[in-house]
Design a protein around this ligand. Structure first.
Ligand code: NAD
Length: 293
């Protein structure tokens, strides 16, 4: 256990995201000087309150970085065909460099059909199978934003990750699997722990780096951690407390910081990095787009 004087230090996602957004703004200035105005299209279907907040934040941050945003709102009753037609128009528009369809889409729409309708060169979420396959093969493709943000937090915290043992808890397509792939590319030894793993805490205690994306409040406490481990908590869970609703991660922060050497708080850790990397992907897509004559 750390003594009170040596509690794990916080990994400041807000500060690191601000650095990334500064890099993005600089890239936008360079592209603009060449006559390219990076543009992100955000498509929202229906009126899910959480999705509305996410979309508003993405558009706000894009504007701050000098990225043009194009918002397309469709009613929850819209057909899959109508949504696919909007995507086709955005695909064909040379002035649009990134396309994001805010998930989840209503149940009558096939999410995979929507993801795979997006031009892979404009797929700034990195969910298209062409980008997923490219990532696994180590190609330079658009990569999911949350895992990319987590990698930056780890690089800023640990420097070279080569040879470290990383345990990723959770195996979703949007976080766990791409996270494990990126850690492997950074030359970590990687284990993936999931809902069917036997003695998950014992596997996790082997890790120098722990990345948690499960969606269960405070699942991981100090007993899961090797002393000195670096902990990245992707989880965002809303819980009720006597003082009102509160956001917590998948890691029991107060317990884990007694053993870890560094940890992301929730909020203020991974969350700000996700939007920053969405915008980084948008400028990357803009820089590779065919030039309009
Ligand atoms: P998901 O539900 O798609 O996947 C959860 C994974 O956790 C599954 O692979 C499952 O096997 C695993 N799991 C479930 N119970 C487990 C257990 N007891 N032990 C070990 N593994 C277990 O979730 P997701 O989309 O990957 O999201 C995970 C969390 O991260 C959620 O809280 C979500 O809100 C959050 N999230 C945050 C950001 C961000 O920007 N900070 C982005 C994406 C997701």
């Amino acid at each position: 256990m750390n003594s009170p004087a040596t509690l794990a230090r916080d990994i400041d996602g807000k500060a690191i995201a601000a650095t990334v957004l500064g890099e993005v703004a600089e890239q936008v200035r360079e592209l603009t000087a060449q006559g390219i105005h990076p543009a992100l299209a955000v498509v929202l279907v229906g009126d899910n309150p959480a999705s509305q907040v996410y979309v508003r934040n993405k558009i706000l941050r894009a504007g701050e970085a000098g990225i043009v945003s194009i918002e397309r709102r469709l009613p929850s009753t819209c057909s899959q065909q109508e949504l696919l037609e909007v995507i086709a128009m955005l695909n064909a528009d040379p002035g649009v460099h990134g396309i994001l369809v805010q998930l989840p889409v209503p149940a009558h729409i096939d999410e995979a059909a929507v993801i795979h309708a997006i031009d892979p060169a404009k797929d700034v979420d990195g969910f298209h199978r062409e980008n997923v396959g490219g990532l696994v093969q180590g190609q330079d493709v658009l990569t999911p934003c949350t895992p990319s943000g987590c990698m930056r937090l780890l690089e800023e915290t640990c420097g070279d990750l080569s040879g470290k043992h990383a345990v990723v808890i959770g195996r979703s397509n949007i976080v766990g699997k791409p996270m494990a792939t990126l850690l492997l590319q950074a030359h970590c030894s990687v284990s993936i722990v999931h809902s069917r793993s036997v003695d998950a805490p014992a596997l996790c205690r082997l890790a120098d780096i722990v990345v948690v994306a499960v969606g269960k409040p405070k699942l991981i406490d100090a007993s899961w951690l090797k002393p000195g481990a670096v902990v990245i908590d992707v989880g965002i869970n809303r819980i009720d407390t006597p003082h009102g609703p509160k956001l917590v991660g998948d890691v029991d922060y107060n317990s884990a910081r007694l053993v870890a050497s560094a940890i992301t708080p929730v909020p203020g850790g991974v969350g700000p990095m996700t939007i920053a990397y969405l915008l980084k992907n948008t400028v990357l897509a803009a820089s590779k787009a065919p030039r309009i004559a």
